[in-house]
Design a binder for this molecule. Structure first.
Ligand SMILES: C[S@@+](CC[C@H](N)C(=O)[O-])C[C@H]1O[C@@H](n2cnc3c(N)ncnc32)[C@H](O)[C@@H]1O
Length: 466
């Protein structure tokens, strides 16, 4: 099927898909939308894609229609222990105090992997939990795992994976938690499989089923690499929903590329040494393993470590290592190095992103954008002091760099430097007056002047204390 779809119809289709499924297809992604809809049209039994689109637009989408569309419009990239830094933060900072607090109060833990794809993310969490809790059988643990794509869910529930799902996994994973099938695939142990409950959920739906509704029952939500595909307005609603689903003091993890979606939410960004998590409520930070917990208990004995970062045996050979892993990197020009840095950051590979960003700065030291990008990566790594230094360099090179003023205001606010923060936010607002509200701000990846003004106003409304 090769017939092309008129831009007017594609525009209506993208608005429709955004409203019903949350999926964001701006004009630059229309080629993806067109490709996806052609595949779906074949599945719906249409000879040409345009008639299929008209048919879809003619009535509200039914669940089977959404499922078929999801099968061709969603991105299914995932693997075990993707973004090790988040799992390390869970292992070292988030789960130990949570486990200690619940040990004597019901031994109940609830997790939610939203946009779980083929299951690697919730199963990684299940494996981590079973390692942290040798007495896991005496606990009431549920990991809810939801997705809009029924094919992904079916594969997830089967629990059988190819080598590709282990492309960045620690070597012990396959040995201890999987059995090899005759077809050379890897079947997850039943006791781990049982910890995860998969179900269909379109996050863009107005109401979620229990217990993922407003029930304040969830301890930790992982919604990683999902919001990047969704429209900002849908993300806002979904985040409000997550907020209500979480217990007071509960946690949300998103990927670094999605952090900007959280700016207008109620979540409190909480930087850890390796990454930032987002918290409901302003409870004190959980202490490190072995230190007194938020509820005044001491965690003992120290749980077995998963040691994602330091494998004990050599890693299995990986198929097709990412380009960023090649050493030494070729000397690139400013624009190419910036692009590499952005791509790496989008995929959560922050050390690579920093390396590329430093290369961009070396290629052109007087471009303020390079220093700004460096600051955003450092912030994500939790190195706020160095991020502040990079932002000051960016402003030294361009006093009118609105986003750098804003970022500095946001960062110094997190550092508790209220006066300094207010000064930078005021500077940003002053500069924003010169922009028409619909203008896209330089270095912003699509943020308009009007929207940034709203964000600053909401930060000011929510008080000055960090
Ligand atoms: C790139 S995968 C991320 C998988 C996993 N969270 C990770 O980080 O490895 C994105 C997932 O989001 C799901 N998704 C996209 N839109 C959704 C929606 N409206 N509701 C629920 N899931 C959605 C897709 O089907 C896909 O499985």
């Amino acid at each position: 099927m090769s017939s092309s779809i008129s831009p007017a119809l594609l525009s209506r289709l993208s608005a429709f898909v955004e409203a019903r499924m949350g999926l964001h297809f701006p004009a630059k992604r229309w080629p993806d939308l067109q490709r996806g809809i052609r595949t779906a049209a074949e599945e719906f039994g249409f000879e040409d894609a345009e008639s299929c689109v008209r048919w879809l637009l003619s009535a509200p989408l039914s669940r089977p229609q959404i499922e078929i569309l999801a099968g061709s419009l969603t991105v299914g990239e995932t693997y075990f222990f993707r973004d090790k830094k988040s799992f390390k933060t869970l292992e070292e900072h988030i789960l130990p105090p949570l486990i200690a607090a619940r040990r004597d109060t019901g031994r109940r833990l609830r997790f939610w992997s939203a946009g779980c794809c083929t299951g690697e993310e919730p199963y990684s969490l299940a494996i981590l939990l079973s390692r942290l809790l040798p007495d896991a059988r005496e606990w009431d643990i549920t990991i809810f795992a939801t997705d809009i794509n029924p094919r992904f869910l079916q594969k997830a529930a089967e629990g059988v994976f190819s080598q590709w799902s282990f492309r960045d996994a620690p070597p012990w994973l396959q040995e201890r938690y999987f059995t090899k099938t005759e077809a050379g695939r890897f079947a997850l142990l039943p006791q781990i499989k049982r910890m995860v409950a998969f179900s269909y959920l379109n996050l863009a739906e107005a109401a979620y089923p229990a217990p993922l509704n407003h029930a304040n029952v969830i301890d930790v939500i992982l919604c990683r690499n999902v919001l990047i595909y969704l429209a900002q307005e849908q993300s806002r609603k979904i985040l409000a929903h997550f907020y209500r689903s979480l217990q007071e003091g509960g946690w949300l993890s998103v990927s670094p590329a999605e952090a900007s979606h959280l700016l207008l939410s109620e979540f409190i960004p909480t930087p850890f040494p390796d990454t930032t998590f987002y918290r409901k409520g302003g409870l004190p930070l959980p202490p490190l393993i072995g230190a007194p917990t938020a509820v005044g208990e001491r965690i003992a004995p120290a749980p077995p470590r998963v040691s994602l970062q330091e494998p004990t045996s050599p890693k299995p050979s990986k198929p097709a290592p990412p380009a960023e892993a090649e050493a030494p990197p070729p000397p690139l020009g400013y624009a190419d190095a910036v692009q590499r840095a952005r791509d790496s950051a989008d995929q959560g590979r922050l050390a690579d992103a920093l390396k590329w960003c430093d290369q961009a700065i070396a290629a052109d030291r007087v471009k303020p954008g390079g220093h700004y990008l460096r600051a955003t990566i450092l912030q994500e790594q939790g190195d706020l002091d160095e991020a502040v230094r990079s932002l000051k360099r960016a402003l030294y090179l361009d006093h009118e760099f609105v986003l750098a003023h804003f970022a500095l205001g946001h960062l110094t606010r997190q550092q508790g430097k209220t006066k300094e923060s207010q000064k930078h936010l005021a500077n940003a607002l002053l500069l924003l007056r010169d922009y028409p509200p619909d203008d896209i701000l330089p270095e912003s990846d699509g943020m308009t002047a009007g929207r940034l003004s709203e964000i600053i106003a909401s930060l000011e409304d929510s008080g000055t204390a960090p």
